[in-house]
Unconditional design. Sequence first.
Lengths: 430, 175
Amino acid sequence: MNKFLINTSAAAIALSFFTLLATPINAASAPGTKPVLKITGESKFSGHFFQNNNRNPKMGIKDRGEKSNKTHFGVEDTRINLQMVGRADWFGQIKYDWLVGLTGDNDKETIVENRLRVKGHWGTFLIGDHYGVENFMARGAFAVMGGTGGFDGNWHDVVNTPTGVLFTTDLVGTTKYATKATYLTPRVGGLQAGFSYAPNSEHRANGKPHNQTSIKKPPEAFDVNSWAGGINFEHEFANTMQIALSATGILASTKSPQSRRNKIADTIYNSYETTNRKDTASYALGGIAEYRGFELGAEWIDNGRSRQPSSSIVAPGGTPISGFNAGRAYSFATGYTYGLHKVALGYYHSERKFSGPKSKANVYSVTYDRQLAPGLSLYGEANQFDLKTSKAAVNTQQAIYDGAPSGSKPAAPTTNNKGHAVVIGGKFRF
Amino acid sequence: MYWNKTQTFLGCCLLSSVIGCSSSNLSDETDNDTLDKEHRRDAKMGTLFGDDALVWGGEQGTQEGGGSIGVNHYLWRASLDTLSFMPLRSADPFGGVIMSEWYTAPESPKERFKVDIMILDRQLRANGVRVSVHKQISDQKGEWKDKPVDPQTNKLFEDAILTRARQLKINGTKA
């Protein structure tokens, strides 16, 4: 099977290169130009004012400590990009650029993006650490929201997320900045297609190859031979109405967080960590319409059973626990831009099974943006959330947590949470 | 199961390759196509210094903002396009000034218009273009008399130019 996958992967990449090679060379093309170096950047300065009704989850809080304070200041999404852009006489003239994205977010590595992009008449090819097509080809309600993203925004960092709740617009299996290769077709008649291939969803930069056990702490299920595909359509009508529709998806072979060789004791933790996982198969459908300042967006996400245990997990003498899925979500948003002002309303709903009953998320968001100058704006957003899990999910997570060795504890169980988060701040881009 | 998945993606690759054989220009279109979710949302707010303020190296005339003319070429080209229905009196690509002749629409022969456009910046900015519309009405003796123009008319022209400039930038059209 592996040989087949490797052969198939190689064939697909070779196909892209074949397309590239098959493009006739334009002898009359303009001479290449010396590259230029561009510097761009951005940052957000946010004040979060929030309330978690569940301030004392059962076993403490993951991530950044207990999130019960009502005020939090953050400097978020800070990036400095160094981009070298040039053109060359190759395959009928190409435009190339190398981008290194440095982050100011102290919970990330220094360089978050490092990729080479080559564009020609045959399309665009990217290689390196960059987002895949499942991210940048997607269109949906998230793009209509302002502020830090409304229901998809940075306030997630100040919320105690109950166990098992799906709370994102990213597909399960998204490879984020994992090292990958991507090909995008030219946009023809408003239509564009593309795919990304990441050999390992956890591999970045010059990290050593690993295909058996997650390198994250705590370990997570991860994918090998991850293929993301996308197709979208953009069109502007004569009356200036614009629409964008997209379909994106990911297929990958999923590995358990830990190899069976790491099964050191018969605990529910070890069962959960080493049980075979369902392969990643997730997709999203979305769209946006824009007319005279009005915007309307919607998105549907189905993660199927991606990365979930393929069979029951069980502790010695215990009852087998089953009923896992990766969740489904939908979101709607509408916005209106008038001059330098923008207002948007959004709603996000998700359902997911974690050891039986469904966990649910309901989020209502309103955002307001006021542009002060090109690249400089103030924003405010208010989010009301209601995140529900089940007793079974909390108990299962508790058992997994208790069985984990110290130093490799997974997320602690968290019960239902309801509350609001208001974010006020400013953002700039240069 | 995996065979079917792989076949599906191979099909997508084939589709991509077939579409990829079609021609396209080397515009900045795909630069926007590879913007991730967050940056796509924020891209609409523009940038503090315009498109090419922090650019080093390259050759004269290769930068996107100005090229071989003294002002932003998207605004310059958009201004010419927007005024294409009127005869031009002068157009200075280095100073960024476009002046039209008096123009009389066939359906209203007793009034005529003249438009002056000044492009103020090498960057594509919302305030990078200023339009002055002049209006005259013919009296009973057939003499042309100046009439005030609604400031909104100037704004409409500026908006039309900026919209056209945006389209040109998306399509990657050079002056």
